[in-house]
Design a binder for this molecule. Structure first.
Ligand code: NDP
Ligand code: MG
Length: 401
């Protein structure tokens, strides 16, 4: 008998949530056990009708209304609220797999709780690793959890690594396995061919219009500034236990090669596919097997050419800042992540220009003083630094206005 795998999709109403649920809807061996949403509760309600989860998480203030709405519709679903609700779902003994697809720092506590409960985690929420990489990886190892990357680049690298590394909680032992470097590919975003001045004038609509991928607003802005690649660089350092100098970034505007591993014998292994998140999600869901993802197969005959370009670190300063932060240590990556979340929100709100994001991030990284983190630092210490950095970045944004 095939055992069904019970899946909790945290961040079900978002873009990764959409892609995940599209696969789950077509694959009867998975059961949608739990869902979460935040602002888009009408959409969450529709998902509840379609997937009939056993549990659902909404913001605390919405619990009673949402429970009433479900019960009026004749749906018997347990409604939980807030951060604790997300944690409860993540550690629930009935949950086999947690899809961590909440955006930003808000996704950290539930992702960490899933690791500590020894779950299989499909990680989209890169901010969790940027803020708490070491704590997360330690928790995964200590509690025998499984961490599989959904981020297309990290999923590509994972697929190109030797089996022995894939099965060792994704950590690389370079010398033993002959891994020389990782190559993260980046599309370059919507402003690759435009000047810095044009980027400065960009509207929100232009900034979130990604040439190849369809994603949530925050990550779309991060792609336009290339902060996304910076966050991914930090994510890769933690996932694969490498220092930042072992990871190169190359712009590949077609987004066909999703990343590469360079070996000491000169081999480069790459994973190719259509730019569709359903492929890495299906890979991680079914690993080590393979299932249909529903993504368009790549038409190799229609590909006209693959380009590779060195990133311009003046135009895309966020990428430089990410390396700087990674070299400085966890406090710096927490500050950079927090500052960036505040700056992106201010841009989406029309308060600052797109190019101000890098300036604010740089000021935050260089000027904000936070308490030192010790070896034994835990999530509370991390969240304290995150809070201080957000507060001080708010002031930097206000000063710009
Ligand atoms: P979306 O903005 O589309 O979705 C975010 C999800 O998080 C939604 O379900 C949203 O709920 C929920 N959410 C937002 N704020 C909170 C909060 N404070 N508490 C609880 N839940 C919250 O983002 P994406 O799906 O694009 O991205 C999700 C994560 O995956 C990000 O970390 C991103 O970097 C990463 N990722 C995304 C990729 C993509 O292609 N989209 C690719 C690789 C990584 P609601 O919508 O109801 O408000
Ligand atoms: Mg990515």
């Amino acid at each position: 008998m095939v055992m069904t795998q019970r899946i909790a999709v945290l961040g079900a109403t978002g873009s990764i949530g959409d892609s995940t649920l599209a696969i789950l809807a077509a694959q009867p061996q998975y059961t949608v056990y739990a869902l979460s949403g935040y602002h888009r509760l009408d959409k969450l309600f529709e998902l509840c009708k379609q997937f009939l989860p056993k549990r659902v998480s909404v913001p605390t203030a919405a619990v009673d209304d949402f429970a009433q709405r479900l019960s009026t519709a004749g749906l018997d679903i347990d409604v939980v609220g807030g951060e604790q609700g997300l944690i409860d779902i993540a550690v629930d003994s009935q949950t086999d797999t947690v899809v961590a697809a909440i955006v930003g720092a808000a996704g950290l506590p539930s992702t960490l709780a899933a690791a500590r409960a020894g779950k299989r985690i499909l990680l989209a929420n890169k901010e969790a690793l940027v803020m708490a990489g070491q704590v997360m990886i330690n928790a995964v190892k200590m509690h025998n959890a499984t961490l599989l990357p959904l981020d297309s680049e990290h999923n590509a690298i994972f697929q190109c690594l030797p089996l022995a590394i894939q099965q060792d909680n994704t950590q690389i032992h370079q010398l033993e396995h002959g891994v020389r470097k990782l190559w993260l590919t980046a599309s370059g975003g919507p402003f690759l061919q435009q000047s810095f001045e044009q980027m400065q004038q960009a509207s929100v609509a232009q900034a979130v219009k990604h040439p190849n991928w369809s994603m949530g607003q925050k990550i779309s802005v991060d792609s336009a500034t290339m902060m996304n690649k910076g966050l991914e660089l930090i994510e890769a350092c933690h996932l694969f236990d490498l220092t930042e100098d072992k990871i190169n970034v190359v712009i590949h505007p077609q987004s066909i090669i999703h990343s590469m591993v360079e070996y000491s014998d000169g081999s480069f292994l790459a994973q190719l596919g259509s730019p569709d998140m359903k492929t890495p999600i299906a890979h991680a869901l079914s690993y080590p097997n393979r299932i249909e993802s529903g993504s368009q197969p790549l038409d190799l005959y229609a590909l006209s050419g693959l380009e590779f370009i060195k990133p311009d670190l003046q135009k895309f300063a966020c990428l430089r800042l990410a390396r700087q932060a990674m070299q400085s240590g966890t406090q710096a990556t927490i500050v950079l992540n927090a500052a960036n979340e505040i700056a992106v929100a201010a841009f989406l709100d029309g308060q600052i220009r797109l190019t101000d994001i890098a300036d604010i991030n740089e000021q935050a990284l260089n000027d904000i003083q936070v308490p030192p983190l010790t070896e034994t630092a835990d999530i509370e210490d991390i969240l304290t630094i995150d809070k201080i950095a957000r507060h001080l970045t708010d002031k930097l944004v206000a000063k710009l206005n």
